[in-house]
Design a protein around this ligand. Structure first.
Ligand code: NAP
Length: 319
């Protein structure tokens, strides 16, 4: 068994020796990438996994791939479109109707740097999908989660929180020119602040909430990246390197198994209540002031006043 986890730790390293046969997980965005890998790894240890995704056929295909490597995997699929609050509510009602608790909710789904668009409810796509859809799902599922055994909520954030704090005055780019990277950065700051906000409402003995940066992994998340967006990302990296001595020490890409390791660690490791409300990376706590491209975090995702105001704004927008 590996004693110390780091950048190269995989899902199977994290779960080595664990028996999860009594644990129930619900994961969003399981039709591909990190969500599918988290499902595979958890199911291989006996966990029951509720796979939530917007494309039912793709989600069932992912479940079939998981079953091909874990033949006795205990999986259920359900439709969830985070860009449509009616779908979020229908999904939450379906889960509630099963009458079974969820021990761990992993808010994993996400879109990155997409062209400007609006969700079914009129929110900017990245803020609406990555944050508000998960905020409403979590709000509605809270009784089901609180009924779980040592429950946890894991919110997928990103090192891209470094790009921008949330904008509580213009969250939907109604008065600001749209920038696909800034919108992603804002939404990933919101994901981290969501976990912090949960910790401000629930003690760790009730439910433990954390956010996670998985690392940089080549998945379908990059589907919207054209030359212009790539050049913007490179230029942003150059500017950051000029401002911060640590910025040039970027690490290489992770495999999908390494990328899903931190969310699986957050969802299963003993003692996670010590990180309640915190941001995690490389299977450990985030470090204020260190390189956000590694395990560093920016102060605005630890700001309780912003977390409170984002919570109040989110409640107003979804209800
Ligand atoms: N990969 C990285 O380098 C990286 C780095 C930092 C953070 N992250 C975060 O990690 C998480 C997982 O990313 P990934 O790399 O696994 O991306 P991915 O391969 O693109 O998977 C994303 C999943 O989210 C689903 N999804 C997208 N929009 C949705 C919606 N409206 N409703 C429900 N599900 C939706 C996707 O389904 P469709 O295929 O139907 O769209 C897919 O199942 C994201 O939150 C991302 O921001 C990833």
């Amino acid at each position: 068994m590996i004693e110390r986890f780091d950048h190269e730790t995989t899902t199977d390293d994290v779960l080595d020796g664990m028996d999860l046969s009594a644990r129930r997980f619900a994961i969003t965005g399981t039709s591909a990438g990190l969500g599918e890998e988290a499902t595979r790894a958890l199911a291989s240890r006996g966990a029951s996994v509720l796979m939530l995704a917007r494309d039912d056929a793709a989600n069932r295909a992912a479940a079939a791939r998981v079953r091909a490597s874990v033949p006795d995997a205990e999986l259920t699929t359900a439709v969830l479109d985070l860009a449509d609050l009616a779908s979020v509510r229908a999904c939450a009602a379906e889960i509630d109707g099963r009458g079974e608790a969820i021990d761990v909710l992993i808010n994993n789904a996400g879109v990155m740097a997409c062209p400007f668009g609006r969700t079914a409810d009129g929110f900017e796509t990245q803020f609406g999908t990555n944050h508000l859809g998960h905020f409403e799902l979590t709000r509605l599922l809270m009784p089901v989660v609180l009924a779980g055994d040592e429950p946890r909520i894991v919110c997928l954030s990103s090192s891209a929180h470094d790009i921008s704090d949330v904008d509580l005055d213009d969250p939907n780019f109604e008065h600001t020119p749209y920038d696909a990277w800034i919108a992603y950065g804002r939404s990933k700051s919101a994901n981290a602040l969501h976990a912090l906000g949960l910790s401000m409402r629930h003690g760790a003995e009730e439910v433990t909430a954390v956010s996670v940066h998985p690392g940089a992994i080549r998945t379908s998340l990059g589907r919207h990246l054209d030359d212009e967006l790539m050049n913007q990302a490179i230029e942003r990296g150059r500017q950051r390197a000029a401002e911060h001595p640590w910025a040039s020490t970027g690490r290489r890409f992770k495999t999908v198994e390494q990328g899903a390791a931190t969310e699986v660690w957050a969802a299963t490791a003993p003692g996670m209540s010590a990180h309640h409300g915190g941001y995690l990376a490389d299977c450990g706590p985030g470090v204020l002031g260190a390189n956000p491209g590694e395990n560093g975090m920016r102060p605005w995702i630890a700001d309780v006043d912003t977390a409170q105001r984002l919570w109040e704004l989110s409640e107003r927008l979804v209800t």
